[in-house]
Design a binder for this molecule. Structure first.
Ligand code: NAD
Length: 321
């Protein structure tokens, strides 16, 4: 069995590897070659933690396995990331455990890759302003991946806790773009692409605040009860997702579908756009919304890429198991 420790991941895999792996597996999901198993996600009644498993099988890449982990909100005070994840890959022919891979950085990379894939296929082609809602751990990964998809000229941001906005300011400086703190009215009116990446349980961005052709990537809602945007905005938008079953149960669409504002049949898989089976955005004035719920197959895809790179570079630990 191969072990790739968390400390090795940054030196092995980059944004392009992650983007390619996620784009490919979204396409496989839409063509029926890959499928996710039902998600387990539990509030464990200790340390305010949410813990669970995401798993699946990709018959094309022969990636079988699971990501175990969750969200510990008190970790930042201990100098740890709030998300803690480990990916387990199994040999699809024998069921033997093939690899254990640190999943923390991979989670951030694959989540940012998902919204970047949505921007590639759905954002207005002339998008100039990137609007960020959320400024925590994931947000800087989101910015770095997003700016590679369009010729952005400015980043604007809002966060419930303004003290975190320095994270966005600093990543904007790194990617060479000006950054401005704005209110939600200005963000909704000015941004051509909006990424929401918060732990909110109430809508932050309201329908009336979004004007003009916009692409919104809702990335924070991955649990029953969470919500980042107004259900009326979801209802108005052309909605795409990684996985429809997750979108309507634990993703951003859960509220609009439960209240009858959106029908499941009106939600499309992003993979269908990648495969050319769905046109995606049909006008520059449209509001498109990607509900990025986070699927196990994304984790397996990037972890499998890491295992190959670790073997190539000789940093994989091999143990008899
Ligand atoms: P974090 O704790 O580092 O940051 C949380 C962010 O949410 C901060 O900007 C914080 O100010 C904001 N926030 C906290 N409580 C809020 C509230 N009640 N209302 C509005 N904003 C609030 O977390 P992170 O690691 O950056 O993760 C952000 C979110 O993304 C989490 O909900 C996490 O579960 C989710 N996530 C989703 C995926 C996916 O694949 N879709 C992957 C990883 C993380």
């Amino acid at each position: 069995m191969i072990i790739v420790p968390e400390r090795e991941i940054a030196g092995l895999v980059n944004r392009k590897d992650s983007f390619d792996a996620v784009e490919k597996v979204f396409a496989s999901m839409a063509s029926g070659a890959a499928y996710n198993f039902p998600v387990i996600r539990e509030s464990i009644g200790h340390a305010d933690a949410l813990y669970g498993f995401k798993s699946g099988f990709d018959r094309t890449g022969l990636n079988l396995g699971l990501k175990s982990g969750g969200y510990w909100p008190g970790n930042a005070d201990k100098g740890l990331t709030n998300h803690q994840s480990t990916v387990f890959l199994f040999d699809a022919d024998t069921g033997k455990c093939r690899a254990v891979v640190g999943g923390n950085l991979l989670t951030a990379l694959r989540t940012a890759a998902a919204s970047a894939v949505s921007i590639k296929y759905l954002a207005p082609t002339n998008a100039k302003v990137l609007g960020m809602i959320g400024a925590g751990h994931q947000s800087t990964f989101q910015v770095r991946a997003a700016v590679e998809q369009r010729e952005f000229e400015k980043i604007i941001g809002w966060n419930l806790h303004p003290e975190y906005l320095v994270n966005l300011e600093s990543v904007a400086r790194d990617v060479g773009l000006p950054f401005e703190v704005v209110d939600l009215d200005q963000l909704g009116a000015e941004a051509d692409v909006i990424i929401t990446i918060t732990s909110s349980f109430d809508p932050i961005l309201m329908d009336a605040q979004v004007t003009g052709g916009t692409h919104i990537a809702c990335m924070g809602t991955d649990t029953v009860g969470k919500q980042e945007v107004d259900a009326a905005l979801v209802a108005r938008a052309s909605v795409f997702t990684d996985e429809i079953a997750q979108s309507i149960t634990l993703g951003e669409c859960q509220h609009a579908v439960a209240s009858g504002l959106k029908q499941q049949d009106d939600i499309s898989q992003i993979g269908a756009v990648i495969n050319g089976d769905h046109p995606g955005r049909v006008s520059q004035d449209e509001v498109t919304l990607f509900d990025g719920t986070g699927v196990g197959l994304q984790d397996l895809a990037v972890a499998a890429a890491v295992v190959e790179l670790a073997l190539e570079k000789g940093v994989a630990l091999e143990v008899d198991f």
